[in-house]
Design a protein around this ligand. Structure first.
Ligand code: HEC
Ligand code: HEC
Length: 304
């Protein structure tokens, strides 16, 4: 595997590495040969503090020996480990490989712990203080950067601690969301709705669905245009878990509230992604995390 985008950089780096080591050897050889100007008494002629003279003795043998050992070491090292451009070295070591091996080892160590939880239902796991401490830690490390440390989300990132779900809040659905990720996709709808006025009218109709402040004349004009939205959001606007189409009647707004935000959604659509965790987390970890997330909005069940 090459980490360089072109062979040139491989040769460039390999060249610098090898030339530097050889330059060290030449320097050593040269400094053993060359004579500094001496005043025939084996001094350099430099005198300090009246009588302190700088001698011109050869480098000590032991020091030269060490120097050569380090150079031999460098060649042996480069033969065994990566270092010369993108040559892998005899051992085939990579930092990514070492990381994977350490993760696999750590996962194997904690596997018995997760095995215990995997045998329990998500409802039971969410009542287990040890499992919830682990879930909390996993959430902080893997999810909080998007969903917030209190799991309440922010604009574009859903709140996981309420009872409003894009895809559904049963433990199984949460688990599927984590494992495979989700792609929320609303296409731009302006063309299907009609004129910019029609778009504004539908936006007011959408606001009326949740009893939010709206212009009722516009809302009644927009109602008939909502048919274009019904395929995903439902005729009643209550959304559709299968498509991740949000409920528009509950006054919970993932992408902002008000006429402008809704007009914007209709004109531009939205692609919103929840990254799949299957390659990052083990099945056991996903089971504990799904139980943890389920527990956030089912506090009474957890308290029992
Ligand atoms: C890079 C940001 C990001 C990370 C990291 C992330 N998520 Fe998400 N998550 C999102 C987005 C964005 C959505 C909404 C997807 C959509 O709109 O279709 C989402 C949706 C979800 C949903 C579905 C909510 C619903 O209402 O149905 C759940 C559950 C969820 N995430 C849990 C998690 C957990 C648990 C983690 C940690 C393993 C996590 N997410 C990590 C961005 C992220
Ligand atoms: C093909 C399916 C589809 C159609 C048709 C569709 N939507 Fe959506 N809509 C979605 C999805 C999916 C999302 C959530 C995007 C995401 O994952 O963040 C969404 C989000 C929204 C939001 C944001 C809700 C919030 O909580 O912030 C609004 C408002 C909205 N749609 C209004 C409309 C209107 C009005 C129409 C008709 C003109 C429409 N949608 C047509 C699928 C659709």
């Amino acid at each position: 595997m090459s980490d360089f985008i072109s062979n040139f950089w491989h040769l460039y780096v390999a060249g610098i590495t090898l030339v530097s080591i050889i330059a060290c050897l030449i320097l050593l050889w040269f400094s053993g040969k060359a004579k500094a100007m001496t005043a025939n008494d084996n001094t350099t002629g430099h005198v300090w503090d009246g009588d302190l003279r700088e001698m011109n003795n050869p480098l000590p043998r032991w020091w030269v020996g060490l120097f050569i050992i380090t150079i031999v070491f460098a060649f042996v090292y480069l033969a065994m480990y990566p270092g010369v451009g993108n040559l892998a070295g005899k051992f085939g070591w990579t930092s990514a490989g070492q990381y994977d091996a350490e993760v696999a080892k750590a996962n194997a160590e904690v596997a018995p712990l997760y095995a215990k939880f995997s045998g329990m239902s998500p409802e039971e796991v969410s009542k287990d203080p040890q499992a919830m401490a682990i879930g909390d830690r996993l959430f902080m490390n893997n999810c909080a950067q998007c969903h917030g440390s209190d799991a309440r989300g922010s604009k574009g990132f859903p709140n996981l601690a309420d009872n409003d779900w894009l895809y559904g809040g049963s433990p199984d659905v949460i688990k599927a969301t984590l494992t495979q990720g989700r792609n929320g996709n609303m296409p731009p709808m302006a063309a299907a709705v009609g004129t910019p006025e029609d778009v504004r009218n539908v936006a007011h109709y959408v606001l009326s669905l949740s009893g939010s402040p709206h212009d009722s004349l516009r809302a009644s004009l927009g109602k008939s245009k909502f048919g274009a939205c019904a395929a995903c959001h439902g005729m009643d606007g209550k959304g559709n878990h299968a498509m991740g189409a949000p409920n528009l009647t509950d006054d919970v707004w993932l992408h902002g509230w008000g006429e402008n935000a809704i007009v914007n959604m209709i004109n531009n659509g939205k692609v919103n992604q929840m990254p799949a965790q299957a390659s990052k987390l083990t099945e056991g970890q996903i089971h504990v995390l799904a139980s943890y997330v389920w527990g956030l909005s089912n506090k009474t069940a957890v308290a029992q």
